[in-house]
Design a protein around this ligand. Structure first.
Ligand code: ZN
Length: 263
């Protein structure tokens, strides 16, 4: 039987080198849960893990079972705890080194990820692409046939920009970078299902952001230039479930910050 998303606790092969293990942490911000990606080159027995996932001992045990504990390197897409909470348990169980943009998550390495760096590990070549916006430390990982986008592009819905260090100017240029990097490559997101072609999804994310920006501009025309984020949310996100308004507010705040600079 072929597995489809979501397949909790079962290793599901998606491309020749990439398989996914979905953590059991569904929620409003995580969709069905966090995808831990497990990469293995043909003929190799060692692996690269992308995002250990949340602090959850059964998820850590499932990663160990899927890899036989042979993890040459673990990489982190960004700082949020549903991606990083499992780091210490996984290093304890397997001794894997961990690399991230944020030096606070480095284990067995003192080199934060650098934009444009090409990592060679476990027979794989993985290019690091800075894609800030969801958070300042967000990165994507580019393989020969796929791009791992973390929370920068999801498998369903749209990305929320973190109110503490997310930024729309950064986010829009990151989406442009992913249009280019994603040409002819699959989308392997940190939440939601994969897609065979990243480029059109990246383009639709850009169109969505531009459309929301137009709506926020229009709302400010009615509400006044110094309207607060929640007043804009009530107007622009009237079609969206109220439960999502708190999250929408941080995206609107990012849009207001953007418009105050760019108009
Ligand atoms: Zn996140």
């Amino acid at each position: 039987m072929t597995l489809t998303h979501p397949a909790y606790g079962q290793l599901r092969q998606v491309t020749e080198t990439a398989a996914v293990l979905l953590a059991d942490n569904p929620g409003q911000m995580t969709l069905d849960g966090t995808n831990t990606w497990i990469l293995r080159a043909p003929g190799r027995s060692d692996h690269v893990v992308i995002d250990p996932g949340p602090q959850d001992s059964s998820h850590a045990a499932a990663i160990v079972e899927a890899t036989g504990g042979e993890i040459a390197l673990t990489l982190v897409t960004h700082r949020h705890h549903d991606h990083t909470g499992g780091i210490d348990r996984l290093t304890e169980l397997t001794g894997t080194p961990v690399r991230a943009k944020d030096s606070g998550f480095l284990r067995g390495s003192d080199a934060p990820l650098a934009d444009g760096e090409v990592i060679e590990a476990a027979g794989l070549r993985i290019a690091v692409l800075d894609t800030p916006g969801h958070t300042a430390d967000s990165v994507s990982f580019v393989l020969d046939d796929a791009v791992l986008t973390g929370d920068t592009i999801l498998g369903a819905g749209t990305t929320v920009l973190d109110s503490s260090d997310g930024a729309l100017t950064d986010y829009l240029s990151s989406l442009d970078r992913l249009v280019t990097a994603g040409r002819g490559k699959a989308l392997l997101p940190a939440h939601g299902p994969e897609h065979p072609d990243l480029e059109p999804i990246a383009r639709s994310y850009i169109a969505h952001r531009r459309e929301r920006l137009d709506q926020v501009r229009e709302a400010l025309r009615v509400l006044g230039a110094d309207a607060d984020a929640m007043a804009v949310v009530r107007r622009v996100y009237a079609d969206v479930d109220k439960k999502l308004w708190v999250a929408a507010r941080s995206s609107v705040q990012a849009q207001l910050d953007y418009l105050r600079v760019h108009g």
